[in-house]
Ligand binder design. Sequence first.
Ligand SMILES: Nc1ncnc2c1ncn2[C@@H]1O[C@H](COP(=O)(O)OP(=O)(O)OP(=O)(O)O)[C@@H](O)[C@H]1O
Length: 246
Amino acid sequence: MVAPPDNDVLRAHGLHHTHGATVALADVSLDVREGEIFAVSGPRGSGKTTLLKCLSGQLVPTEGEIWFNGSPVHTLSSPSRERLRLDRFGWIDTEPHLVPELSAWENAALPLLLRGAGHRAAKYTAIEWLERLDVGMCARRRPGRLDQSQRQRVAIARALVTTPQVLFADEPTAPLHSADGTQVLRTLTTAARSHHITVVLATYDPKVAALADRTIALLDGRRSGAVPETAGASDEESRAACSLSV
Ligand SMILES: Nc1ncnc2c1ncn2[C@@H]1O[C@H](COP(=O)(O)OP(=O)(O)OP(=O)(O)O)[C@@H](O)[C@H]1O
């Protein structure tokens, strides 16, 4: 096993993973650099979710190595991987999965409260993030009174509220209308860039992948080529595209 270079926050080498008889990943290797927006593109069923789950410690690959900040993840025990996820990673799903009985700010504050933060400090930080994501005015509303784009922004605030080192986003804008999706995604990437959060983003949409600094493509669980660097939008472009107050 070889430790990764210093500027790689994540490195995967020779990943294989099977779900029962289905091969989801076959010999996938990649490096993710600190602070970049890294996209994993590919059609449905190509292995994107499985790859993100392996990289974030939710799944242990059948074969291969994963390194985070120069330390192996694939050899960690289940409680240690759980701890790593809580302390260092954020996760945004395709669907927001908010708690319906809680207001937007209470949903966004949940990770802080679970970590033992005081109620007042957690509320303050959660509302700050909701404002950055242009949903500050919805802070007291429950998810049932929010539209889909607002609910996804609350889920993004919940993922960012702990300022994770790496944010994993699994097709976070797939259910949104195209214009909404682009706006939400630009807001997400701008927030991540301004807080030096590394983003690993799975998407089947080439327009979404174009917002990234680097993109790899998967097909049937294998790397199928790479999009050249600098294909993504510049920091300034991302900043200009939304009213984020960071
Ligand atoms: N829990 C599971 N049990 C069995 N097969 C699975 C499971 N999860 C994924 N698969 C299969 O593994 C392969 C890769 O799935 P994965 O969800 O990682 O791909 P994906 O690119 O994220 O697709 P999608 O965009 O549809 O989520 C697919 O063939 C899928 O059917």
